[in-house]
Design a protein around this ligand. Sequence first.
Ligand SMILES: N[C@@H](CCC(=O)N[C@@H](CS)C(=O)NCC(=O)O)C(=O)O
Length: 226
Amino acid sequence: MTRILYELCGADETALFSPHCWKARMALLHKGLDFETKAIGFATVAQIEGGGRRVPVLRDADHVVEDSFAIAKYLDEAYPNAPTLVPDAALMEFIINWSQVSLHVAVAKIAVLDIWKMLAPTDQEHFRTTREKMFGMTLEEFNAKNAKDGKLLSEALTPLVLTLKKQPYLGGESPNFADYVPFGALQWLRTTSSHDVLPKEGPVAEWFNRLLDMYDGNGRAVAAAA
Ligand SMILES: N[C@@H](CCC(=O)N[C@@H](CS)C(=O)NCC(=O)O)C(=O)O
């Protein structure tokens, strides 16, 4: 197998949880391409494929591509006969930024301590050091400061709810990378958090469940957090 996707995992190697890695995984599945997963802990990410990297990283024979959006665009270029992932790269930037600024912030506020708990000890140390520097406080302080009632998440999801009331996917009748971007954020929450705040009914719940079941249930095969 010459196609390898490097993905972030917890202490349990099957606990694949990174939102960006899920975007890349769904992109490969969308294209119908076989790939092997290399599950990597936070502390070893920087050593992948020559070093200085962040995950996801895709090795496709001689090509090494880093960054979920770059991977999706590369796959469209390299495999033009498989279904398109990114019909409009300029508009896709907006979807990525919306997800990053609103969904990712809401998920991080709910799940940060749960993420730390699921990591292997060396990865816990790396995660604590880097995130505490980023937040300017301890993980416990950050966790205590933020409500876990799902209100912020629900507000952040409003544009998705309104759109999915009119069409089955952000991509229209079928999904594309625009769907895999917010899917990655919700899968991140599903796989890490003990707080039960994912929508249970309505357009987002139905859309998320369809995507979890897609591609032989690849998304659902990774366990939800207990
Ligand atoms: N814009 C990048 C973001 C990649 C990213 O932030 N990856 C995180 C994991 S979710 C990472 O590699 N972190 C390494 C670290 O924190 O040391 C993408 O879409 O792929």
